[in-house]
Ligand binder design. Structure first.
Ligand code: ADP
Ligand code: TYD
Length: 208
């Protein structure tokens, strides 16, 4: 089996180390000679990056969970059409820092009990799930401290507070149980190098 055309995503609560690990895995893949595209959500295409600003900045209550579902899904459709599908078709491995599982957990389970709306919309306009998803699990208080330490100005979701992050963590653990074939739970409470080595080994096994 070749590694080309595989779609890999990173999920987890804010500050769990997804971006760090997505970047490191992309570098590892390139070193292994596997053409790779690193992308992220919300964003990953020019249009979706514009929608991102509406979502991650400003008052925590500026959108209802239902409106968020529509905005995240609109951004995802653009990202899929313009960035992900063309790269997969060209044989690249695509690594995305967040994808549809974030909507399942944040909007579908924690911001609201809206999983049916999330799933229906996903089936209608996205219709694609990753081949492999790393869910980085870690202590919410530590993750929140890491996240807020960045002071990126994109803290709208972090500002829902520690209880929100605790519920997100539970939401992700439940997601892993829902999709056991593609989800791998990773212990993020370890030094960066140990987490990266674990992930690289898992991908190596999956493509061997
Ligand atoms: P996320 O994308 O999940 O929000 P990041 O990868 O941006 O998380 O990491 C959040 C912060 O924590 C960054 O400042 C990053 O350098 C740091 N960090 C990432 N992984 C680790 C780790 N394993 N141990 C300690 N700090 C980490
Ligand atoms: P991101 O930039 O990945 O934040 P972080 O690096 O802090 O994890 O994502 C921005 C925020 O958007 C994040 O708090 C999670 C949230 N989000 C959703 O609520 N639903 C979604 O579908 C996506 C993709 C992100």
């Amino acid at each position: 089996m070749t590694a080309g055309g595989r779609f890999i995503t990173f999920e987890g609560i804010d500050g769990s180390g997804k971006s760090t690990q997505a970047r490191r895995l992309a570098a590892t893949m390139e070193r292994r000679g596997i053409p790779t595209l690193l992308t992220r959500e919300p964003g990953g295409s020019p249009g979706a990056e514009e929608i991102r600003r509406l979502l991650v900045e400003g008052d925590p209550h500026r959108w209802s969970p239902e409106t968020e579902i529509l905005l995240f899904t609109a951004a995802r459709r653009d990202h899929l059409e313009r960035t992900i599908l063309p790269a997969l078709a060209a044989g690249k491995t695509v690594i995305s820092d967040r994808f549809a599982d974030s909507t399942r957990v944040y909007q579908g389970a924690v911001r609201a009990d809206a999983r049916a709306m999330v799933d229906t919309l996903h089936d209608l306009v996205i219709g694609r799930d990753p081949d492999l998803t790393f869910v980085i699990d870690m202590d919410p208080e530590l993750a929140l401290r890491r996240g807020l330490a960045r002071r990126s100005g994109e803290d709208r979701f972090e500002e829902f507070g520690p209880d929100f992050q605790t519920r997100l963590r539970a939401g992700y653990l439940s997601l892993v149980r829902d999709f056991p074939d593609r989800c791998v739970l990773i212990d993020g409470n370890r030094p960066e190098d140990a987490v990266a080595a674990d992930i690289a080994a898992q991908v190596g096994q999956a493509v061997a």
